[in-house]
Design a protein around this ligand. Structure first.
Ligand SMILES: Nc1ncnc2c1ncn2[C@@H]1O[C@H](COP(=O)(O)OP(=O)(O)OP(=O)(O)O)[C@@H](O)[C@H]1O
Ligand SMILES: [Mg+2]
Length: 487
């Protein structure tokens, strides 16, 4: 166990980190912070929720010279919400040193960003589209940048983003340090990454399991048309504190959140077609708990750190095993436990195996719960409420009436009636969801020995395949998240 005090940080940084409540460095932090401080390029891969943000944030902030009024560090992230979150964490790390951190992302007033850029931030955290926009307007000058970070690096170097990244990097001095972080790093992407770096150190924490052990993983075999009823039963039985439900497309997310509202759940959707103001307000409401179910496309799959997310439901199985890893990683963060459930339609068992091959972990099969079980779940909640009231509230005002009632009725009937009043009756309001076609498992990249010898060809094939998959490029989250920061 490494203490932050022993990692060779300046007193200011030690102070900031302890103010954040961090004492021990997580394994990825302990291994990468010293290397990054020595100036090495590096690829850091560690499970979701294990503190990769501070792993690059601490050395980045340490390297900023606050007597120079210029942008010195660039952090590029795939979605606007993640850019905001990372900039907030960097702001905290840099608070004692007074490092100025500015998020820039699409959907926010560009005039306001230009004015903020004139105040000489030291670090910019942004989405690629808006960064390029500012580079083209000459409102973002990068000639003093010495450190570039790609958060969710495999996503940023995937076909949706790579051109933008190359253009941004062509505006940064050749001599710069590059830090890449993600929970996943498929081999073809790692080979692309290494082209951007010089003698990179690769730090992989616990390669055997890419998912954290404290997330319980289940799958349920459910027919497409029964998914919604099964989902609401699970919600009733498990009564998550906060839950994220992932759907495949924007339409799916809209339909699902509407249907959940019809059945009385406090749900809202988030995807790339919503206005930025709406996206941020939905996320804020979710963090505050005024909505407890967030329905999302893959736009919310990566990086978001929301405490209190106890359950993740994959209403639609993810298209990529990597997407699975990131989606379920929205729970079980920073040592907490979490539960992930994935719906598999009968024709999608191939995709289930695909995911399990990548995560090197089997999901447990969960039987579809019955209506009775769902009602029992609701009853248990009602009973919990009653017990809490007995323990907490001052009931003296009610006792006289209670005793009168007990003269005419037996106690079991009375408590049963109280339970019934507290129990949410199963709501079977009819809802309509457009059916999604099943995900057909793609061949695993490395299952063909002769092909896997030729790395570069293999990489191209992988990409060509992706370009050719219409459903993927039209509807999936990667495209959405890319579009979402444009404009
Ligand atoms: N050393 C530490 N001690 C305690 N908490 C920490 C420490 N480092 C990070 N955290 C907290 O752990 C949570 C997860 O961190 P972070 O978001 O950086 O994870 P991540 O590895 O980037 O995950 P993802 O792969 O999902 O992006 C955050 O709330 C962060 O504040
Ligand atoms: Mg992260």
């Amino acid at each position: 166990m490494a203490l932050f005090q022993d990692l060779g940080l300046s007193p200011q940084l030690k102070n900031a980190v302890s103010k954040m409540g961090f004492e021990e460095a997580t394994p990825i932090q302990a291994q990468t912070i010293p290397l990054a401080l020595e100036g090495h390029d590096l690829i850091g891969q560690a499970q979701t929720g294990t503190g990769k943000t501070a792993a690059f944030g601490i050395p980045l902030i340490e390297k900023v010279n606050t007597s120079i009024d210029a942008i010195q560090g660039l952090v590029i992230a795939p979605t606007r919400e993640l850019a905001v979150q990372v900039s907030e964490e960097l702001y905290k790390v840099g608070s004692t040193k007074r490092v100025r951190v500015l998020p820039i992302y699409g959907g926010q007033d560009i005039g306001r960003q230009i004015r903020a850029l004139k105040k000489h931030p030291h670090i910019i955290v942004g989405t690629p589209g808006r960064m390029l926009d500012h580079i083209n307007r000459k409102t973002l000058r990068l000639q003093d940048v010495h450190t570039v970070v790609l958060d969710e690096a495999d996503e940023m170097l995937n076909m949706g983003f790579i051109e933008d990244i190359e253009k941004i990097l062509s505006n940064v001095p050749k001599q710069h340090q590059t830090l890449l972080f993600s929970a996943t790093m498929p081999d073809p992407i790692r080979r692309i990454a290494e082209k951007f770096m010089s003698e990179p150190r690769v730090v992989k924490v616990k390669a055997k399991e890419v998912t954290v052990p404290n997330i319980q993983q289940y799958y349920l075999e459910v027919q497409e048309k029964r998914k919604f009823d099964v989902l609401t039963r699970l919600l009733d039985i498990q009564s998550p504190e906060l839950a994220i439900i992932f759907g495949r497309t924007k339409r799916r997310v809209d339909e699902l959140s509407e249907a959940l509202n019809l059945r009385g759940y406090a749900a809202e959707g988030i995807h790339g077609d919503l206005s930025q103001a709406k996206r941020l307000s939905v996320l804020r409401q979710f963090k505050e708990g005024s909505i407890d179910v967030l329905v999302a496309t893959d736009v919310a799959a990566r990086g978001l750190d929301i405490s209190g997310v106890t359950h993740v439901y994959n209403f639609d199985v993810p298209q990529d095993p990597e997407s699975y890893v990131h989606r379920i990683g929205r729970t079980g963060r920073a040592g907490k436990t979490g539960v992930a459930m994935t719906f598999i339609t009968p024709r999608e068992t191939g995709q289930l195996h695909n995911v399990e091959k990548t995560t090197k972990r089997k999901m447990d099969r969960m039987e579809v719960p019955t209506l009775d079980e769902a009602m029992e779940g609701q009853q248990r909640l009602a009973a919990d409420k009653l017990i809490a009231a007995v323990e907490k509230d001052n009931l003296s005002f009610y006792k006289q009436m209670a005793e009168e009632l007990l003269e005419d009725h037996d106690s079991v009937s009375l408590v049963s009636a109280a339970l019934r009043l507290f129990t949410k009756e199963p709501n079977m309001t009819p809802v309509q969801l457009t059916a999604e076609p099943p995900v057909v498992a793609k061949q695993q990249r490395n299952n063909n020995r002769s092909r896997s010898k030729n790395f570069s060809q293999q990489g191209r094939r992988g990409n060509a395949k992706r370009h050719g998959d219409k459903r993927r490029s039209n509807n999936n989250g990667r495209k959405e998240s890319r579009n979402s920061h444009k404009g």
